[in-house]
Design a binder for this molecule. Structure first.
Ligand code: SDX
Length: 432
């Protein structure tokens, strides 16, 4: 068998350079072009990084063709059945599932970091009441940097661990407070006796006026949503966190950049966009009209919740959440939920439609998470916030891996297509 290399020949001067092929433990091999520019005087161009691996990572593996998602080697389908979100947080951060003792200690530490600084709570008052909760989240998460000077020496692993605990513990509190601020209700403090998902729902829906019992079905569904959204390899927001963090900015600033990237409707904002789309469709009879628009290259309309850059098979998370959506609707007494009915019809039609089959556009995680969250009575403008709370462990685990590596600052190059050098007119103005 030929050597594990790739040879690139520049046909302009017949210069050939060999590049080593590197094999991971799963998935496609890569060829290492670290010295391409030095040896061949050429950059690569790959807008959107469709064929580019930006880093080595041990954390999450996706097989888009087979619809596989592994967190530290464990299939997400098994994790969602046998673990809760905090156990998955431990796994993503440390690389192994916790022992019983480690689990208890991890929970104890996270619990002790769940409150936010009272001054940070004051910050919300600077926002309009109708501010989108994601706008508040971007701001408040970034402001964490202003409160924790004792743990941002990122070269110190102990500081990195404290920052990880603070992000894991405080994101639900910050997110629930954004909802309360939007609703004009008082913030609720975390309750140490509740589980992570129960605590989040309690801070969202409880008021000081009386006891609020978190529905076990809702807590279970929220825990599943958090686990399924926890990490996803080098997606747009995670790549943003890694790049922002590579300048050695403090972790809270890097995570805040990730929150901003996740907000987009092509990424984490899709679950909110799915509900808006289902409401716009309004009835099963109107689905063909929207399918037609989605197929029209001149119409910018996309079927929100369909398609994925990597999954060209069913998103395994969507498979799990499809079942959860049915369970939650049954449990919440939704005999007939028009939105879910439209969603199921849309899924059925799209999966039979030649265009979607040919382009391998399957329902993704956002398609069903939007329906579940809606059935739980969560407003659509909180959907991406919940995605951000869930993904924050993935972001901090990936940031921690990047800081602990020898990658250094990320600094992509470009293909320059602008003006060649030219002189400024003596007047400093463009001549008529
Ligand atoms: C998330 O990266 C991640 O891992 C993200 C995520 C995570 O956990 O972090 O999984 C979370 O972001 C899920 C995706 C949520 N976004 C949406 O549901 C928005 C709707 N989907 C599309 O915008 C789109 O599918 C993307 C952005 C998700 C992917 O964009 P790509 O890579 O350009 O899509 P593709 O290569 O699969 O598209 C193939 C073709 C294209 O047509 P051509 O250019 O080949 O002619 O299908 C078309 C696209 O135009 N297409 C769609 C479509 N998605 C792609 N046509 C109609 N409706 C759609 N939803």
């Amino acid at each position: 068998m030929s050597k594990d290399t790739v040879t690139i020949r520049d046909n302009r001067n017949n210069r050939e350079v060999e590049f080593p092929i590197l094999h991971g433990s799963e998935g496609p091999a890569v060829f290492d072009i670290t010295h391409l520019y030095r040896d061949l005087g050429l950059f690569t161009l790959d807008p959107g990084f469709r064929s580019t691996a930006s880093c080595k990572s041990d954390i999450t593996f996706i097989d888009g063709e087979e619809g596989i998602l592994l967190y530290r080697g464990y299939p997400v389908e098994q994790l969602v059945d046998r673990c809760d979100h905090l156990e998955v947080c431990y796994l993503l951060l440390n690389g192994e599932l916790p022992t019983d003792a480690e689990n208890k200690e991890f929970r104890r530490i996270v619990t002790n970091h769940t409150m936010m600084h009272e001054q940070l709570a004051q910050m919300y008052r600077g926002f309009r009441r109708d501010a989108h909760p994601m706008a508040i989240l971007v701001g408040v998460v970034g402001a964490l940097s202003a409160f924790y000077h004792d743990s941002i020496d990122i070269r110190d692993p102990r500081h990195r661990l404290v920052s990880a605990f603070r992000i894991i513990a405080k994101m639900p509190t910050i997110a629930a407070a954004a909802y309360k601020y939007y609703m004009g209700q008082p913030f609720m403090y975390p309750k140490n006796e509740l589980t992570y998902a129960e605590n989040f729902l309690h801070m969202m829906f409880a008021t000081p006026c009386g006891e609020y019992k978190v529905s076990p079905v809702m807590a279970r569904a929220m825990d599943q949503i958090m686990i399924l959204h926890a990490d996803h390899e080098q997606n747009a927001s995670t790549s943003t966190v890694r790049l922002a963090g590579s300048s050695q900015a403090n972790p809270f600033a890097a995570i805040s950049a990730g929150v901003g990237s996740l907000w987009g409707p092509a990424h984490g904002g899709a679950n909110e966009a799915v509900l808006k789309m289902l409401r716009e469709i309004g009835s099963v009879e109107r689905i063909p009209e929207f399918i037609k628009r989605a197929k029209d290259p001149n119409d910018p309309f996309r079927l929100m919740g369909f398609g994925h850059r990597v999954y060209k098979n069913f998103d395994p998370r969507a498979q799990i959440l499809r079942k959860t959506a049915k369970e939650i609707l049954d449990a919440m007494g939704y005999v007939y939920d028009p939105l879910f009915h439209i969603a199921l019809e849309l899924e059925k039609i799209a999966l039979e439609d030649e265009y979607f089959v040919r382009k391998k556009l399957y329902p993704n995680v956002d398609f069903y998470s939007g329906v579940i969250l809606s059935a739980m009575g969560i407003p659509t403008n909180m959907f991406t916030v919940i995605f951000a709370v869930s993904r924050s462990i993935g972001w901090i685990a990936q940031w921690n891996e990047m800081i602990g590596s020898d990658e250094g600052i990320g600094r992509p190059r470009q293909l320059y297509t602008g003006h060649a050098r030219r002189d400024v007119p003596p007047s400093g103005l463009k001549e008529d």
